[in-house]
Design a protein. Structure first.
Length: 91
């Protein structure tokens, strides 16, 4: 279930059934309002360009997108993440 990541002291990969726990779809639609999460960097870059900003991406962009996830209402977070927490993280 867990896999250590070489070079990191506390990071681990968690393998789970993406059909059962569709986090990418949830985050794309609910948090970032984009068609697919795998192209978030492209959509964000275009968004910046549309505002007259440089399309290059960096650490500040990462922090802005992280903040968007933190603003997610608790009831939505609880519904999506409670099941995976109970089944995978705290078995």
């Amino acid at each position: 279930m867990w896999q250590d990541i070489e070079g990191f002291k506390v990071a681990r990969l968690l393998f789970y059934d993406t059909a059962k726990f569709p986090f990418a779809e949830f985050l794309a639609k609910t948090v970032f309002k984009v068609p697919t999460l795998d192209k978030l960097h492209v959509y964000w870059s275009r968004h910046k360009q549309s505002k007259g900003l440089s399309s290059s991406l960096g650490y500040p962009d990462n922090m802005i997108l992280r903040k968007a996830m933190q603003k997610l209402p608790d009831e939505l977070k609880a519904g999506q993440f409670k099941a995976v927490r109970g089944e995978l993280v705290e078995p």
